[in-house]
Design a protein around this ligand. Structure first.
Ligand SMILES: *Cc1c(COP(=O)(O)O)cnc(C)c1O
Length: 362
């Protein structure tokens, strides 16, 4: 797909950009450009057209656009990392493209060819290359998304859709040092249900998790853990991260992808890196009861969460209305820290990419 280029005539000054890059935060600042591709319904299945780079700015939407009423929307999240030689790379972007298309199917949106998805990332990074941070653990966060723009209040899949990519310099997700996060057990709310949209990366899932997130904050926690109350309180995941449990005998357990858990690219990569280390990974049902029991008898050594934004984060305590479950202090040679360092090393070019996970963007 050929992208036309309309570069910004009012990009941020070097000083403004330097000020942002000195302290990027997460999701607060955006680059000078956006990538866009339009889609229109046709009798023979629809057509993508007008791929372009244009200046970053507000979108003109009809107030009747169906995304505003029925939430027909999906998104992705991945990072562009600057390597020591100045080149810019992304981590398994085809996996994000595949997942984007699975989300599209679930939300009755059109699928975007994988090559067009990857090309759109290359185009925006080419236009906004100077926004890719250089600091340790920093990256340019890329946010592809697709919205139903057709002005129509009837309930059916929209016939006009817009695919876009925005980019935001990202520092360390939980702010600086790597300290264990405390998570709140949500028993009042679920994130997903069987047959629902839990496997799709759609805005609605996040909207539905916010009330639980507020409850977590009221209880002094940064994140929420969701269970499946119809499956013996099996652990599912956090609002935006998958979870792993490391045992003293070298086994590592992570909940099975059973339809209500998001297929994390980080999750999939962590499983591979754990196996590379000779650890036994069990994808299976893991209940709250087993968590309580194995924490109490000392066989559970580490608990961590993983996702693109925060990479790998140790979990300190699970706070519940019926008492807390604490994880032991992390040893210096912990699996959590080892895998985190290896994964970050691969992404930033410091460790050999033996699985061929990196794609050069610029
Ligand atoms: C995006 C997301 C994740 C993490 O996926 P990654 O591909 O590893 O970033 C986990 N859970 C939910 C609900 C998500 O939306």
């Amino acid at each position: 797909m050929e992208f036309s280029q309309q570069l910004s005539t009012t990009p941020k000054s070097d000083e403004e950009r330097a000020a942002v890059l000195a302290n990027p935060g997460f999701g607060d600042h955006f680059t000078d450009h956006t990538a866009v591709i339009d889609w229109n319904w046709t009798h023979d299945g629809g057509r993508w057209s007008n791929a372009r780079i244009e200046p970053y700015g507000p979108i003109a939407l009809d107030p009747a656009a169906s995304v505003l009423h029925y939430g027909q929307e999906i998104f992705e999240g991945l990072k562009a990392y600057r390597h020591a030689d100045g080149t810019v790379w992304s981590f398994r972007p085809e996996a994000n493209a595949d997942r984007f298309n699975k989300s599209a199917q679930r939300l009755a949106l059109p699928e975007l060819p994988v090559e067009a998805f990857v090309e759109s990332l290359k185009e925006i990074v080419k236009a906004d290359r100077s926004w890719v941070p250089t600091g340790d653990g920093e990256a340019l966060y890329l946010r592809p998304f697709m919205i139903a723009t057709e002005a129509f209040l009837g309930v059916r899949p929209a016939r006009e859709v817009s695919y876009r990519v925005i980019a935001s310099p990202a520092g360390n997700y939980f702010g600086g040092e790597l300290k264990p996060v405390n998570i709140w057990l949500s028993t009042k709310y679920a994130r997903a249900g069987r047959g629902g949209t839990g496997e799709a990366k759609c805005g609605g899932n996040y909207a539905a998790s916010l009330a639980a997130q507020l409850e977590a904050e009221e209880n002094g926690c940064q994140q929420v853990l969701f269970l499946d109350p119809f499956n013996d309180d099996a652990v599912e995941e956090l609002g935006g991260m998958n979870v792993f449990f490391v045992f003293d005998d070298g086994r590592v357990v992570t909940p099975t992808l059973n339809g209500t858990i998001l297929h994390g690219v980080t999750r999939k990569s962590v499983i591979q890196l754990l196996k590379d280390r000779g650890l036994t990974v069990e994808e299976r049902k893991f209940t709250l009861d087993e968590w309580r029991r194995t924490a109490a008898n000392g066989t559970l050594r580490e608990v961590f969460a993983c996702g693109t934004a925060a990479v790998i984060t140790p979990i300190g305590q699970l706070k519940t209305a019926e008492g807390d479950i604490a994880s032991p202090a992390l040893a210096a040679d912990s699996v959590t820290l080892g895998i985190r360092e290896e994964l970050l090393g691969i992404q930033t070019g410091a460790v050999a990419d033996k699985h061929g996970w990196l794609t050069r963007l610029a």
